[in-house]
Design a protein around this ligand. Structure first.
Ligand code: AMP
Length: 615
C-alpha cells in the first residue's frame, strides 16, 4: 500500500492485490471535517500479458522463488512459539536446516495448536500475529470439519491464483468486456468462536473479504447475483436466485462457474425441476413465494424490475426444444465461452452429466487448492477434465513432495523439493505456508506429468486415505470411482444414471464386505441391478481384494439402492454442521463413527443386492 498524492482536500492511496501484481485498486478520499469520505474506487485494468509474463518468470526461477518464499515465511513468523520450540530463529533461511529441525505433521498434530487460536489465545502460537479468521475445511471424509488458520496472505494468494488462471483461460477463451460470470457461490454462516475469532469455510472467508469483489471485477468475473444471494442463509433459495439472476443477465454471461462440478450438476438438475417457476417469475415480474429471506427478496425483486414476457417466452421455447436437456447451458447462455469448476479427482463422476448440460461448450478444470492454501494453476485450459494438469505456483508456499510407492504407501525416502520431483512418480503434497502450517501433509496424492519451465505440472490422483479396506485389500477413492463407472455402463444401457454414490465397510457380518450406496435416476428391473452389483464387485481390481473375494475372506459386495433425494439429505446434514454448499464433497466412504450419515443412507434403502460375481 502506498500514499500516492495528498492535497489539502483530497488524498488517495492504492492497494496492490497480491504480491505479483497486475492489478491494483486506488481509493480517493476527501476530508469532510475530520472524516475521510471515499470519492472514488478505481480498479486498474487487468493486464493478461503481464500476468502471464510474471508467471513465466516465476516458474523459470522456481527454485529461487521457493527458497525466497520459505525465507519470507520463516522471517515473518520467527516469533511463533511452534517454530521456536524446534529451534528455528530469525536466522534460519536454508531449506535444509528448516527440514532438519521441523517435523512433518498432519492435521491431527496441529489440532491442539489451532484449537488454542480458536479459543482466543492471541500469543504467537503458529503465526507471529493472531490470525484474523479460521477456515473450516469441508473435511467430509472424516465426518467432521477441521480448523485451518486463514490470513491476509492466503487471501492475496487466492487473488493471485484467480488472476493467473484467468489470464491463461482468457488467452485461450477470450471473454467480452463488461461480461459477467454466472457463479454458483454460497457464503455459509461465519460464526464467532468463544475466543472471538470469526470461523467460516475457506470460501466464506474469501467471499466475505473486502478485496474479493474488486478482485473479481478486475478479472471481468462479476457475479450475476446480488451479494444478498451469495450471503443468503438459505442455500436452496440462493441457488434458485443464482439461476434466475443468470437468466436475467443471459446475454452477458461469459462463463458458468461452481467450485466443484458437483455444484454445477446440482444447479442444472435443480433447473430441470424448477424452470417453469423461474420463467413465471420473469413473465410476471414477481418473485416466487419460495424466496422468503427478506434481504434476498428485496435484492431480487429489484433485479427482476418488472414483467419481461419476451425473455420468459425465449427461455420457455429453448427449454421445450431441448432433447433430454442436452446443451442446456449454451441454450440458456448464448454467449458463454466455457463452463468452469473442479472436475478432477472426486469430481470425475459428475463430468459426464456436466458435458451433457454443456453440449459443445468446453469444460475447463478449475485449479488445485484447499482450505490450507492454493497449490497449482490450470495453465492449459484447453485440456479436457480427463487430461487436466496443474502447474505449481512457486510463491504460494514452500512445497515438498513425499514419494509414494505404487501401492500408495509412504516410502522410506524423505520428501523432495519442488524442482526435484520425478516425472511419473506419485507423491503426497506437503505444504508450508504463511498461515502457520509447517511441513503439513495435505493428504492428497498427485502424479508428476511434466514441467512447466522449472515448476512441476501435476495431475490430481486422489485423497491419500485408503477408504475401503478389510484385510489385505486396499482401495482408494479412485478405485471406488472406477468400479462405479464400469457398473454405471450397464445402467446406462437402460438410460438410467447414477446420481450419486457412497460406500461403507460392513464388518458387523463375518466375513466383512463392501457396501455401495447408489442413488439412480429411474426405476429398472432387479436383474439389471444384480448385474450392476456384480460389476461393482469385479470392478475392484486390487489384487488383495480379488484374492480375498476368491477365498471368501471378504464377503459378497452389497449394492444398496437408496430413494431419490437421499444424497441431498446427506448434503443437508453436512451443511448443518457448517460445510458450505459450494465446497461440499460427498463423502465417498462413510466411517462407522459417522452414525448420522449411515442412518440417513440406511433409512432410505429401497432395494439391495449381493454380488454373485465370485460364486
Ligand atoms: P477443502 O479443504 O474443503 O477446500 O478441500 C480441498 C480438497 O479438495 C483438496 O485437498 C483436494 O483433495 C480437493 N481438490 C481441490 N482442488 C482439486 C482439483 N483441482 N482436483 C481434484 N481435487 C481437488
Amino acid at each position: 500500500m502506498g500514499a500516492k498524492s495528498k492535497t489539502k482536500q483530497t488524498f488517495s492511496f492504492d492497494i496492490k492485490l497480491g504480491r505479483n501484481l497486475a492489478t491494483s485498486i486506488t481509493f480517493t478520499f476527501s476530508m469532510v471535517g475530520r472524516c475521510p469520505v471515499m470519492l472514488e474506487k478505481k480498479v486498474e485494468t487487468f493486464n493478461m500479458n503481464r500476468v502471464i509474463d510474471e508467471f513465466e518468470e516465476m516458474t523459470r526461477n522456481a527454485d529461487q522463488v521457493q527458497k525466497q518464499t520459505l525465507k519470507e515465511i520463516l522471517h515473518k513468523n520467527q516469533s511463533a512459539i511452534y517454530l521456536q520450540n524446534f529451534g528455528i530463529n530469525g536466522n534460519t533461511t536454508d531449506p535444509e536446516a528448516f527440514k532438519a529441525l521441523v517435523p512433518l505433521v498432519t492435521d491431527l498434530d496441529l489440532e491442539p495448536y489451532i484449537k488454542r487460536m480458536v479459543d482466543g489465545d492471541t500469543s504467537p502460537i503458529l503465526t507471529a500475529l493472531p490470525v484474523p479468521a479460521i477456515s473450516l475445511s469441508s473435511g467430509t471424509s472424516q465426518g467432521r470439519p477441521k480448523f485451518i488458520p486463514f490470513t491476509d496472505e492466503l487471501m492475496e494468494n487466492t487473488l493471485q491464483l484467480f488472476r493467473t488462471a484467468f489470464a491463461f483461460r482468457n488467452r485461450d477463451f477470450p471473454i467480452d468486456d463488461n461480461g459477467r460470470a454466472l457463479q454458483f457461490i454460497f457464503s455459509s454462516k461465519q460464526y464467532i468462536s468463544k475466543g472471538g475469532v470469526p470461523v467460516g469455510t475457506a470460501t466464506t472467508n474469501v467471499y466475505r473479504n473486502p478485496n474479493f469483489k474488486a478482485g473479481m471485477k478486475s478479472i471481468q468475473s462479476l457475479c450475476c447475483s446480488p451479494d444478498e444471494v451469495i450471503f443468503s442463509p438459505d442455500v436452496h433459495q440462493a441457488l434458485y436466485c443464482h439461476l434466475l439472476s443468470g437468466i436475467l443477465f443471459r446475454d452477458q454471461v461469459q462463463y458458468v462457474f461452481a467450485s466443484f462440478a458437483h455444484g454445477l450438476v446440482h444447479a442444472f438438475r435443480t433447473f430441470e425441476q424448477l424452470w417453469e417457476e423461474i420463467v413465471t417469475d420473469i413473465e410476471d415480474g414477481v418473485l416466487s413465494t419460495r424466496i422468503t429471506v427478506p434481504s434476498v427478496r428485496t435484492a431480487m425483486t429489484k433485479l427482476l424490475s418488472g414483467p419481461n414476457p419476451e425473455l420468459a417466452e425465449t427461455i420457455r421455447t429453448k427449454c421445450m426444444s431441448l432433447s433430454n436437456w442436452y446443451g442446456l447451458i449454451p441454450a440458456l447462455f448464448p454467449n458463454a465461452k466455457y463452463v468452469y469448476g473442479i472436475m478432477t479427482g472426486s469430481m470425475e463422476p459428475y463430468v459426464k452429466k456436466l458435458r451433457h448440460y454443456a453440449g459443445e461448450l468446453p469444460l475447463v478444470s478449475h485449479d488445485y487448492g484447499s482450505s490450507e492454501g492454493w497449490i497449482a494453476a490450470n495453465v492449459r485450459p484447453r485440456l479436457s477434465p480427463e487430461e487436466a494438469t496443474f502447474a505449481v505456483v512457486p510463491n504460494l508456499g514452500y512445497f515438498e513432495f513425499l514419494p509414494l510407492s505404487e501401492t500408495g504407501e509412504t516410502e522410506e525416502r524423505p520428501p523432495v523439493g519442488l524442482t526435484e520431483v520425478k516425472i511419473g512418480q506419485e507423491y503426497e503434497v506437503v505444504i508450508t505456508n504463511y498461515a502457520g502450517l509447517y511441513r503439513y501433509r495435505l493428504g492428497d496424492v498427485v502424479k508428476i506429468v511434466g514441467f512447466y519451465n522449472k515448476t512441476p505440472q501435476l495431475k490430481f490422483i486422489c485423497r491419500r486415505n485408503l477408504i475401503l479396506s478389510i484385510n489385505i485389500d486396499k482401495n482408494t477413492e479412485r478405485d471406488l470411482q472406477m468400479s462405479v463407472e464400469s457398473a454405471a455402463k450397464r445402467l446406462a444401457e437402460e438410460k438410467i444414471e447414477v446420481i450419486d454414490f457412497s460406500s461403507h465397510v460392513d464388518v458387523k457380518t463375518e466375513p466383512g464386505h463392501y457396501v455401495i450406496y447408489w442413488e439412480i435416476s429411474g426405476e429398472t428391473e432387479d436383474d439389471v441391478l444384480q448385474d450392476c452389483c456384480n460389476c461393482l464387485d469385479k470392478g475392484f481390481i486390487d489384487a488383495g481384494y480379488m484374492s480375498s473375494r476368491k477365498c471368501k475372506t471378504i464377503g459378497a459386495l452389497e449394492l444398496k439402492v437408496v430413494e431419490r433425494g437421499t444424497f441431498r439429505k446427506v448434503q443437508e446434514h453436512f451443511l448443518g454442521l457448517g460445510s458450505s454448499a459450494g465446497q461440499f464433497k460427498m463423502p465417498r466412504c462413510v466411517k462407522p463413527s459417522n452414525v448420522k450419515v449411515l442412518q440417513i443412507l440406511c433409512d432410505n434403502v429401497v432395494s439391495r443386492f449381493f454380488s454373485t460375481a465370485f460364486e
